[in-house]
Design a protein around this ligand. Structure first.
Ligand code: FAD
Length: 152
């Protein structure tokens, strides 16, 4: 099957946008991701999927934890920055909670410890056990067919 056809079909699934953050060797790393889903209520588990070439992969393997920051519609520039698509160098200010970095102004920050890790083709799927949650009001940033959008 053609890669482009596969990508186009997957792009027909509208998603929110997250930035994953973790701290490894004392340095914060962030990465934009929309491969995120809720998995289980008891225990509380979520899932993310990370490409084998992403610098984020060894960082999470080292720290064994990550924060999923669900972006608001005001945070498109943050999404572009952490996807490596930004021309301008933004100075990102992280907030901290129990030594874990989070993105200020996100709709939700979901603090996870790695519960399991599974290689799936050219990605690695992490199941995260949710340890803590922070919530804010606002409208979500959306991603559909390779473009950003909002609810209105
Ligand atoms: P890099 O490419 O090195 O970093 C990404 C960018 O973040 C760089 O510009 C870097 O300067 C910046 N950055 C990192 N840490 C900091 C910091 N502390 N302060 C300031 N800037 C920093 N890929 C996946 O594997 N899974 C997905 O689910 C996924 N979903 C995506 C959804 C969308 C909407 C988009 C646009 C991209 C998605 N990607 C996904 C692609 C992924 O975001 C990029 O390939 C990304 O560049 C990979 O990041 P990296 O860890 O290799 O780090």
């Amino acid at each position: 099957m053609d890669d482009r056809l596969f990508r186009s079909a997957m792009g027909k699934f509208a998603t929110g946008v997250t930035v994953l953050t973790t701290k490894a060797d004392g340095i914060v790393h962030g990465m934009t991701a929309n491969a995120f889903m809720s998995v289980s209520l008891n225990p509380k588990l979520v899932m993310i999927s990370i490409g084998e070439k992403a610098r984020m992969l060894p960082k999470i393997q080292q720290s064994q934890n990550f924060v999923i920051n669900i972006l608001s519609e005001e945070q498109e520039s943050i999404s572009r920055l952490f996807a490596g698509q930004s021309e301008e160098k933004l100075d990102v200010e992280f907030d901290w909670d129990n030594d874990r970095p989070l993105i200020k102004g996100s709709l939700a920050s979901i603090f996870c410890d790695v519960y399991s890790e599974q290689i799936a083709g050219d990605h690695t799927v992490f199941i995260g056990e949710v340890k803590e949650l922070l919530l804010n009001e606002g409208k979500p940033l959306l991603f559909y067919s390779g473009k950003y959008g909002g609810l209105s």
